[in-house]
Design a protein around this ligand. Structure first.
Ligand SMILES: Cc1cc2nc3c(=O)[nH]c(=O)nc-3n(C[C@H](O)[C@H](O)[C@H](O)COP(=O)(O)O)c2cc1C
Length: 178
């Protein structure tokens, strides 16, 4: 048990969020202890109770109250699904919620971090988004978007794309970074 590695699964408020238990299960099968973290906006997209049961850990979306136990340190982080909003904020160094605080610091510490976006092509066409992806890649943070990974869906085509969201790709990429 002592050498179990901890994976933070950071979930944002996008279509596939309700299925994040799939990634949790895959990671657990791969030997990870999983700590789920959610942006404030994502909390209403997920089944907090089911995820807490699945992981045996509280889902974190806010700073800890003094005296509450700390989360175990992350050996790796996956942000999936990652939104337009969170990707742009993270690339710019904005830390206006708990998970952004955690991930901004973790990237600076060199914790392997992988981003699997779920963003439509109208958003990915924006120059700020393109710049964000380049900035993050420049910090050795893989952003799994594009023809070789997961292509952005067409505006309005989100519900079909949810079904093909490649959770396993984020885990495979994480293993490569270790
Ligand atoms: C039903 C619903 C679905 C959404 N789907 C997406 C999405 O697929 N991708 C995305 O980037 N934003 C999506 N959004 C918008 C984000 O939820 C919104 O930008 C929010 O501020 C993101 O917050 P977060 O990045 O802190 O999770 C959706 C919003 C709603 C209400």
């Amino acid at each position: 048990m002592g050498d179990q590695k901890t994976l933070y699964v950071v979930v944002c408020a996008a279509g596939p969020a309700s299925e994040v238990g799939t990634l949790v299960g895959l990671a657990q099968d791969g030997g990870w202890t999983v700590q789920v973290m959610a942006t404030p906006a994502a909390v209403s997209f997920i089944d907090v109770e089911a995820l807490q049961e699945q992981t045996g850990r509280p889902v974190r979306s806010q700073h800890r109250a003094p005296g509450d136990p700390r989360s175990p340190k992350a050996n790796a982080i996956i942000i999936a699904p990652a939104t337009f909003n969170t990707i742009n904020k993270l690339a710019t160094g904005i830390a206006d919620n708990y998970v952004l605080d955690v991930v901004n610091e973790a990237i600076g510490l060199g914790v392997p971090t992988v981003i699997l976006p779920f963003v439509n092509s109208a958003y990915t066409n924006r120059s700020p988004f393109k710049a964000s992806v380049e900035k993050l890649r420049g910090e050795r943070v893989p952003v799994l978007i594009g023809p070789d990974t997961f292509a952005p869906h067409s505006p309005g085509g989100g519900s079909n794309a949810v079904r093909t969201f490649p959770w396993n790709l984020s885990l495979e990429q994480t293993e490569k970074l270790l």
